[in-house]
Ligand binder design. Structure first.
Ligand code: ADP
Ligand code: ZN
Ligand code: ZN
Length: 692
């Protein structure tokens, strides 16, 4: 039974009153969404003696599901007075958990849109919107806390510069109606200050604001700035909080007990009583795209939410995504620009350092070491960026060429010298570090390539009296350690910061005046067409960490490709100029955002099954007349094996979003019913940002 969602009675009103015929008492059928991998709604008999005009769509229900006494939480998404199924076969809803639905009609409409657009089962989508305890059926308790009246606003706003004022005025004039604004401004140009002043206006209107950031580690500094400015309740929601804390934040927003909700991607679906503005900071960041289960883009869904609520959405970035720039060019978004750094700080200068034929010390050139010395001598901080964890990415035998590979993945094992380990970054498998080559028994095992651990060791040797801090997911695994380290950096206890992409995001390091990207070349040769965009964003973002205060900053990129157009365009011109030329290339190649893609991935322990599945997918598509969608594949995924699973993929591409969507809408429920579908792990990623 596949119930076409669009035929259901999903009125705009939350309350649905049916024409009750008192004489006959027609049965009342609940259309229920349940979190399970089935593309359908489930019909249940309504509880007995229910008052029809008290039924609220979106309410959680407890229903019998599956075998025996098994019970599950369901979500009421429609009511009807008939069912395709024989009434005697229908089970009855146990009870209604929420007498008042926690989701509004607009929330439900948004979740239904998400389900349709990403072709993900509606029950799973709705359940993602709820915090864990509520998903399991716990009663929602009212938050006692009162939001203080807005008259208590402390206003410590800075006097805006002209560009800031234009941005603030433009957005504020558009409050109360849907529009998307793209605020493009270099790091330190005062974007956050613009957010704060716009938020102030929204709060004065008695409305709430949702602020999304890509990284958990960015929430404390922003929360601090909000608290400093506004005497209102500010709720925070991200995955490092306890379930209880997240639920509180959720309920506060839902009950209007907080004015600002600050959170990561998952906070997007939080219900609000009177949301007036959505802000997405660092909108280009790929963390806004969920990469498993429900593969949604928080940016795109935020825009749909803004449209449904008729409120503005403000996207901010120093390096906007190509999609957003394209939407500006198409006049779908309004572009707001902050061209200069605010206050006293000076935009850092970018330099290419040609390291061809230069003597290197574990990835550090003599010229770079000299620069570091000069900076450190002035008691200023140095930040080194290397996006590779571990000691070295490869262990190779100098005698016979044997390479330490993961048995379960199509990948090399990474050397961890301190822990005396070889570790797979994809499945977590660990081995003791080998002393002898298992193939030839005599050859010398040599680490190949550079990781942060290796560079850290050489830094400690070269600068023995300076404090070096390595910041990567290995060194900050312990809870709270990143916050501690950031604090140490701010206190000036650290001289050299060495880190991975974790450093590239939004943190302010006022005393860092030298930034070096150790290996910019490795990002230039990826087979994924998104790579150039991401590398350019990374370079500009990392550069933005330099010279935030009054001190001038310098950025050095070590490269063996000093004439690479990506690098020269960034250095001689700007990110904007690079984006324009890269977008022109995408246009010529017919790639997104000039076309629309979806990626089907299939994996299984058996090597044949994924291909068989994808071929069945293609066969089904062939039965759909004239769909105008290219099906490219099946091909082995760039990582052909991972954690013991063979991986294949099929890329769907179309010049019209609607063509792609129409095909997927017909296809996916049928694909899900294929026998072979149950034998593989398969997923669909609409608008993929990572083709790996
Ligand atoms: P961004 O979010 O673009 O990185 P911020 O809003 O954090 O920029 O501003 C960077 C720095 O400049 C902050 O220290 C901020 O206090 C300061 N600043 C922002 N706007 C102004 C202004 N109009 N006048 C003076 N200083 C400002
Ligand atoms: Zn060997
Ligand atoms: Zn592995």
């Amino acid at each position: 039974m596949f119930v076409d969602n669009s035929n259901l009675m999903l009125a705009d009103k939350t309350k649905v009153t049916l024409m009750a015929n008192n004489a006959i008492h027609p049965p009342l059928i609940f259309k229920v969404a349940i979190a399970c991998p089935l593309y359908q709604l489930f019909d249940y008999l309504a509880p007995e003696n229910i008052e029809r005009d008290k039924i609220e769509l979106g309410a959680r229900l407890m229903v019998p599901f599956g075998f025996g006494d098994h019970r599950k939480v369901g979500y009421l998404v429609g009511v009807a007075d008939n069912s395709e199924w024989e009434l005697e076969k229908l089970k009855r809803v146990d009870r209604i958990i929420d007498s008042h639905a926690l989701l509004s009609a607009t929330d439900l409409a948004l979740l239904r849109w998400v389900s349709r657009y990403y072709h993900h089962p509606i029950g799973e989508v709705i359940s993602t919107a709820f915090p864990k305890a509520l998903r399991l059926g716990k009663a929602a308790v009212l938050v006692a806390e009162q939001n203080p009246p807005l008259t208590e606003l402390k206003n410590t706003a800075l006097a805006s510069n002209t560009a800031q004022q234009t941005a603030i005025d433009t957005v504020c004039n558009g409050l109360g109606q849907f529009a998307v604004f793209l605020l493009e401004g270099v790091t330190g140009s005062g974007k956050t200050e613009v957010y704060l002043q716009i938020i102030h206006e929204v709060l004065k209107r008695g409305q709430q604001v949702l602020v999304l950031v890509p990284e958990i580690s960015l929430t404390p500094q922003l929360e601090e700035r909000f608290k400093h400015r506004f005497a209102v309740n500010i709720a925070v929601s991200h995955s490092k909080l306890t379930d209880n804390q997240r639920q509180n934040a959720w309920l506060q927003a839902q009950q209007g007990a907080c004015s600002i909700l600050l959170g990561t991607r998952s906070a997007l679906f939080t219900p609000f009583t009177h949301l007036g503005l959505i802000i997405l900071d660092e909108e280009h960041d790929s963390s806004f795209k969920q990469q498993d289960s429900l593969r949604f883009s928080a940016r795109d869904v935020a825009i749909v939410r803004g449209k449904l609520l008729n409120i503005p959405v403000l996207l901010g970035s120093a390096t906007p995504s190509f999609e957003s720039l394209h939407n500006v060019a198409k006049q779908r978004y309004q572009w707001l620009h902050l061209p200069e750094r605010a206050g006293y700080s000076i935009t850092p200068a970018l330099h290419l350092l040609d390291i061809r034929n230069k003597k290197m010390r574990e990835g550090l050139s003599e010229a770079l070491l000299t620069e570091m010395q000069t900076t450190l001598a002035k008691n200023e901080q140095v930040l080194l960026f290397l996006n590779r964890r571990g000691f070295a990415p490869t262990l190779i035998c100098h005698g016979c060429g044997w390479v330490a590979r993961c048995l379960h993945c199509e990948a090399n094992l990474v050397i961890y010298a301190d822990e005396n380990l070889l570790r797979c970054h994809h499945c977590g498998t660990e081995h003791r570090l080998l002393n002898a080559c298992p193939a030839c028994k005599t050859g010398e095992l040599t680490p190949l390539g550079l990781g942060t651990e290796r560079v850290e060791k050489v830094l400690k040797k070269v600068f023995p009296d300076k404090v070096t801090l390595r910041l990567d997911t290995d060194s900050v695994r312990r809870k709270g350690s990143l916050e501690n380290y950031l604090e140490q950096i701010h206190q000036g206890e650290i001289d050299i910061i060495l880190g991975t992409q974790m450093l590239a995001k939004g943190h302010h390091f006022p005393n860092v005046t030298l930034v070096a990207i150790l290996d910019v070349d490795s990002g230039l040769f990826s087979i994924d067409f998104h790579a150039a965009e991401k590398v350019a964003q990374m370079i500009v973002q990392v550069s933005g960490r330099a010279g935030r205060a009054e001190k001038a900053g310098k950025v050095i990129m070590q490269t063996r490709q000093p004439d690479h157009p990506l690098l020269t365009t960034l250095i001689q011109h700007s990110y904007q100029r690079f984006a324009i030329s890269a977008l022109a290339e995408r246009n010529a190649a017919g790639l997104p955002p000039f076309s629309y893609q979806a990626l089907v991935n299939a994996q299984a322990r058996d090597e044949e099954l994924p291909v068989t599945f994808l071929k069945a997918f293609i066969d089904l598509a062939a039965q759909t007349p004239k769909h105008n969608v290219l099906l490219l594949g099946p091909v082995a995924a760039p990582m052909a094996k991972r954690a013991g699973f063979h991986r294949y993929q099929l890329l769907l591409q179309s010049n019209q979003r609607s063509d792609l969507q129409t095909l997927l809408t017909t296809l996916i429920p049928d694909v899900a019913k294929l026998k072979i579908a149950a034998k593989v792990r398969w997923s669909l990623d609409v608008d993929p940002v990572d083709l790996y």
